[in-house]
Design a protein around this ligand. Structure first.
Ligand code: CP
Ligand code: NVA
Length: 318
């Protein structure tokens, strides 16, 4: 079956969105179909308050523009009340245990938690001690909601997902991990191009390979020309993620992977450029590519809203 042939059921079996590792192809399709419907409703100005009277706690231990705004706006559009909690202000940031925090939030009728933090294990701890859905708004290991928005964007451009190739230029960190899993599970070839000592955790590469459908290939290389060849989507991310110190040696190693117009010419002629943002022009990408005709970065950013509304709806409706 293909994504276009799949008929939405309005249901997923997962309770949380911790990582796409836990999601089946059908569940990812379900979220994307739901996102497409919710986007249509929003464009038609048709109210869709499916989560009326619900409250979402949004815990941030790192900065954010897109994730914060899209979850906050999205939850309001679904009729609920989002509650922004910075770890600079709540006791969690002063060492109150996660297990206590989640049980307190539940007692105060919080219906779900979106969290952006460092360790993936913190999300597992929240899920273990609480009873409410936990949504990953980025950890060092994964950024699943970003990748759902990316897949929606790719679908909007190409009208299909199966058989396309996405190449990611960047280290084996949250974006590479989630892109490998998300693309493989919807039948897209995915290639991660990074210097050898910055490549993704082999366990995640193996998991992506195992869950690949329709013969989708998962490859890791340091060969830039090989990586970009045949790419329908060229994707990159910052050299230094949140929480990482600047390192001139790493920057020098990453520079050959900069997405510039010479590189874009080596991809397929109708390839698009994506970036989770924020971007550092002159480092991982040039201004010319960011502002060029192949750049779909703002449609991609908008799709965070629609994809996450689908996640919140599917996880938080009764
Ligand atoms: N792409 C992304 O997650 O952006 P923010 O860091 O602004 O949330
Ligand atoms: N890899 C980046 C993604 C930001 C959305 C970071 O973790 O900072």
């Amino acid at each position: 079956m293909t994504f276009n042939e799949y008929k939405a059921t309005g249901k997923i079996n997962n309770k949380h969105m911790l990582t796409l590792m836990d999601y089946s192809t059908e569940e990812i399709w379900e979220i994307l179909k739901c996102a497409i419907e919710l986007k249509k409703k929003q464009y038609a100005r048709e109210p869709h308050p499916y989560l009326k009277d619900k409250t979402l706690a949004m815990i941030f231990a790192k900065s954010s523009t897109r994730t914060r705004i899209s979850f906050e706006q999205g939850f309001k559009q679904l009729g609920g009340s989002p509650l922004f909690l910075s770890t600079n202000d709540i006791q969690l940031g002063r060492g109150e245990p996660i297990r206590d925090t989640v049980r307190v939030l539940e007692r105060m009728n919080i219906d779900g938690i979106m969290i952006r933090t460092y360790k993936q294990s913190d999300l597992e701890e929240l899920a273990k001690w609480g009873h409410i859905p936990i949504i990953n708004g980025l950890t060092d290991e994964y950024h699943p909601c970003q990748v759902l928005a990316d897949l929606l964007t790719v679908y909007e451009k190409f009208g299909k997902l199966e058989g396309l190739k996405l190449t990611f230029f960047g280290e084996g960190f949250n974006m590479a991990n989630s892109l490998m899993l998300g693309c493989a599970k919807v039948g897209m070839d995915v290639c991660i191009c990074a210097p050898e000592d910055l490549q993704p955790d082999p366990a995640v590469v193996e998991a992506a390979k195992k869950s690949a459908v329709g013969g989708a290939k998962v490859t890791v290389t340091s060969d830039v020309d090989e990586a970009v060849k045949g790419a329908d989507v060229v994707y990159t991310d910052v050299f230094f993620s949140m929480g990482q110190a600047k390192d001139p040696a790493k920057e020098a190693a990453m520079m050959p992977m900069q997405v510039n117009s010479v590189m874009m010419k080596k991809a397929n002629p109708d390839a698009i450029f994506l970036h989770c943002l924020p971007a550092h022009r002159g480092e991982e990408v040039t201004d010319e590519v960011m502002e060029g005709k192949q750049s779909w970065i703002f449609q991609e950013a908008e799709n965070r809203l629609h994809a996450q509304k689908a996640v919140m709806y599917l996880l938080m409706k009764e």
